[in-house]
Design a protein around this ligand. Structure first.
Ligand SMILES: Nc1nc2c(c(=O)[nH]1)N[C@H]1C(S)=C(S)[C@@H](COP(=O)(O)OP(=O)(O)OC[C@H]3O[C@@H](n4cnc5c(=O)[nH]c(N)nc54)[C@H](O)[C@@H]3O)O[C@H]1N2
Ligand SMILES: Nc1nc2c(c(=O)[nH]1)N[C@H]1C(S)=C(S)[C@@H](COP(=O)(O)OP(=O)(O)OC[C@H]3O[C@@H](n4cnc5c(=O)[nH]c(N)nc54)[C@H](O)[C@@H]3O)O[C@H]1N2
Ligand code: SF4
Ligand SMILES: [Mo]
Length: 710
């Protein structure tokens, strides 16, 4: 039997963006999938989830035909319908809504089911721009931290992952590397072979913490305080790289004064980390030649998440670590890519401005109460006003969901579900599977997987752009998102030639249209030949070794005039989370609840793959024995977790690996695969982080009690 090898790339929302190779037989069936051996970050290995990608692609529950709702809203009862009919009927409904309520009554809702530039916000943006639909602020994951990092560094950019191999000290801070960024780990191990120490700062002793040299347990949402105390020690004990600070930073005198207010003893009371340990970390950090920090988005899902990242990103400049290979910080590499999306997304097709609704306020956005709709308007900074309810715009009458599963992943779940249940809301879902959200669709349209369509992927954990070629024909009647939006555009009479362009041509044109020097030499031909290409950056890449911060001042901004103009303290400061207990009584009654990624799922994707769900078992509550005992909770018991937003049932697992006062459950289970048909986003709150309009997924206060007598 002849087989061919086709190069592609993992589409999932993960910093690693692995290149893969698919083995396809003569009959066009994919037989095997593996990590690309030549990709310097993938290094021939995929994670345990995507190793199973063929099981997902050929899953018996894949959606293979368009479906029209036949049962009540939310029942998930559908009947097959032809593509032509489905597209025609959807276009008719949308036209009616636009005629009556205006195009802003249509809300697209999407996230990173695929991070592809085309199947993500490529053709979809063209379509919604031309329509004039409401815009969506993509805040569900990273925006607080992005804003915080940007005030300090100028862009959300940092070290190359491979350079972690050259560090003497590595702080894995709010990141479960072995679970959510496993391709960084080999570089961490290389550093350790040369003697580096690895500390993990996390409320939980994760598998990464167990594999590291030391676990530094920290109370959720208090990383900003830890960073201030580290700065205090660096400043008061003069562990500063004065030459670096003088040449390449602004605001050091003000920062030094500020940091003096935050001694380790102050931070001990907030973070739970003993002052002596904070002092020791500061000394080790200053002495290392150099030290590297990996922060991930876990630590900014809090009310003070933006400021926490702002504070932490000041550290490498104070100690001068940016000078050296292996020194600095990595939150994301996104800001190193200077891709121009205009020719792809065509903002020029929008005839007039439209409101922007924040995706984490979906529940409020779907309300019919103008006050709630007003509250859903994107207002990322203190200076951004909320509109008067009378000016909030029309109710959302049509919701078009693609690349996301908001019924499971969005906070304030009860409000989201109430919105999705509205009989007058017209909901279209583009999906590969019948997710929790798909159950609420009026039309459910089958989408292709990454094996079946073209795309280009921009990673956020390294510097290699990658091309994905389709390896097999679409399964069943499924179509790429691009084709579905093309069809809807035609049915609505959108006749701009851009709606007729085929996928491959769009991508080819996208590559050709890039002009930024970092993209120099990345051609369509090269992507076709090699599958991936490194940005045109020096090798090794030390972005801030000699300053060159892309801030307004060109320096690392300890003092940020831009932050001040946006309504923030211009200096690093302490912004507490909302979940810290306010009194001893609260401390006794309530726990802080965090719900970080499960090892075997990717957000809510892969929960339907039996083998992976089997490995996770069931939705668990990790609780310290010290917190379990007074509540009468024993191992394996069913417990109820709740607060003013909602309740969810979990199975208790008593563990010393979670800080007392904190509970942890892994996300994100489909509600319908959970014992009580709910998931942890029943308790994640309404409200937003200090910056970027980010979500508060790990800034949650809950009570926990047995569901059954002991
Ligand atoms: N296997 C797997 N991989 C994934 C994902 C997945 O669902 N599964 N999700 C992907 C996505 S969307 C993203 S955004 C990324 C990153 O996703 P992140 O949410 O950053 O996930 P983690 O890297 O697991 O980091 C979270 C870690 O931070 C800890 N943590 C929670 N609150 C705090 C805090 O206040 N302070 C500190 N110091 N630590 C805290 C948690 O216990 C956890 O160990 O991962 C991606 N990779
Ligand atoms: N409690 C809690 N909630 C969280 C988090 C948490 O840590 N705790 N993490 C948050 C974070 S960081 C994120 S990023 C969000 C993630 O939230 P989402 O981006 O919604 O991620 P998924 O749940 O993986 O859903 C993606 C969906 O897209 C579909 N999909 C994939 N590819 C395609 C395609 O090509 N076409 C179409 N039409 N569909 C496709 C998949 O089948 C899947 O159902 O969740 C957030 N929610
Ligand atoms: S999910 Fe992440 S680690 Fe797994 S294959 Fe995709 S990019 Fe690689
Ligand atoms: Mo995310």
């Amino acid at each position: 039997m002849n087989t061919t090898l086709i190069t592609g790339v993992c589409p999932h929302d993960c910093p690693d963006t692995c290149a893969w190779q698919v083995t396809v037989d003569d009959a066009g069936r994919a037989l095997d999938l593996g990590g690309h051996p030549d990709h310097p970050v993938t290094q021939g290995r995929l994670c345990g989830k995507v190793d199973r990608y063929l099981e997902r692609t050929y899953h018996p529950a894949r959606l293979t035909t368009p479906l029209r709702r036949v049962g009540p809203k939310g029942s998930g009862e559908f009947a097959a319908v032809g593509w032509e009919e489905a597209i025609r009927e959807i276009a008719t409904r949308l036209s009616g809504i636009i005629d009556q309520f205006g195009p802003e009554a249509v809300l697209p809702y999407s996230y990173a089911g695929t991070m592809g530039i085309l199947q993500g916000e490529g053709m979809a943006s063209r379509f919604f721009n031309r329509m004039g639909a409401s815009k969506l602020a993509y805040t569900i994951c990273a925006e607080a931290g992005v804003a915080g990092a940007t005030y300090t560094l100028g862009r959300n950019m940092g070290m190359a992952p491979a350079d972690f191999a050259h560090a003497e000290l590595i702080l894995l801070w709010g990141t479960n590397t072995l679970t959510s960024n496993m391709h960084l780990w080999p570089f961490v191990q290389q550093a350790r072979k040369k003697g580096a120490r690895v500390l993990v700062i996390d409320p939980a002793r994760t598998r990464t913490a167990r594999a590291a040299d030391e676990w530094i347990p920290i109370r959720p949402g208090t990383d900003g305080a830890l960073a201030l105390a580290l700065m205090h020690v660096l400043v008061t004990e003069d562990l500063i790289d004065h030459d670096y600070v003088e040449r390449y930073t602004v605001g050091f005198p003000e920062l030094a004064e500020r940091a003096k207010q935050y001694p380790p003893a102050w931070a001990e009371a907030i973070t739970g980390i003993p002052a002596a340990i904070i002092r020791a970390i500061a000394h080790d950090y200053a002495k290392a030649e150099p030290a590297a920090i990996r922060i991930n988005y876990g630590l900014q899902r809090h009310a003070g998440g933006g400021m926490a990242v702002r504070n932490i990103t000041c550290l490498p400049a104070l100690a001068g670590h940016w000078r050296h290979r292996g020194g600095g910080i990595l939150l994301s590499t996104s800001g190193s890519f200077h891709l121009d999306y205009d020719s792809l997304q065509r903002p020029d097709l929008r005839a007039r401005p439209a409101r922007t609704l924040n995706m984490i306020h979906l529940g409020e956005a779907l309300s019919l109460d103008p006050a709630h709709i007003a509250a859903a308007h994107h207002h990322p900074r203190p200076i951004d006003p909320l509109p008067d309810p009378a000016a909030a715009g029309p109710p959302v009458k049509a919701l078009i969901v693609y690349n996301s599963n908001p019924a499971a992943v969005a906070p304030d779940q009860a409000a989201v579900l109430a919105g999705l249940r509205r009989p007058d809301l017209f909901t279209v879902v583009l999906e590969q599977f019948q997710t929790d959200t798909a159950d609420f669709a009026d039309y459910l349209l089958p989408a292709t997987t990454q094996l079946e369509h073209w795309d280009i992927l921009k990673p956020y954990g390294h510097h290699y752009l990658a091309l994905n070629r389709p390896a097999i024909a679409p399964v069943g009647q499924s179509r790429p998102n691009s084709a579905i939006f093309r069809g809807l555009a035609a049915a609505l009479g959108y006749d701009d030639p851009c709606f007729a362009e085929p996928d491959e041509a769009i991508l080819r044109q996208f590559v050709a249209s890039q002009t930024h020097p970092t993209l120099q030499g990345i051609t369509w031909q090269r992507l076709c030949d090699q599958g991936f290409a490194r940005l045109h950056l020096p090798d090794p890449y030390l972005p801030f070794a000699a300053g060159n911060f892309p801030t307004p001042s060109g320096k690392c901004e300890f003092f940020s005039a831009r932050a001040q103009a946006d309504g923030y303290d211009p200096l690093p400061t302490w912004t507490p989370p909302i979940s810290l207990p306010a009194s001893p009584a609260e401390e006794e009654a309530l726990l802080q609840c965090i719900s970080p990624p499960a090892h075997n799922f990717l957000n809510s994707s892969f929960t339907q793959v039996d083998r992976l769900r089997g490995r996770e078992g069931e939705p668990l509550l990790f609780i310290h024995p010290q917190d379990a005992a007074p509540r009468g909770i024993v191992e394996g018991m069913r417990v109820c977790v709740g607060n003013e937003f909602g309740e969810v049932a979990l199975a208790a697992h008593l563990s010393p690996d979670i800080l007392p006062g904190v509970m942890l459950t892994h996300g994100i289970w489909w509600r319908k695969l959970s014992p009580d048909g709910r998931n942890i986003n029943q308790v994640t709150p309404r409200g937003q982080a200090d910056m970027g309009g980010g979500a508060l997924f790990y800034d949650v206060r809950v009570w926990v009690q047995p569901l059954q007598p002991a």
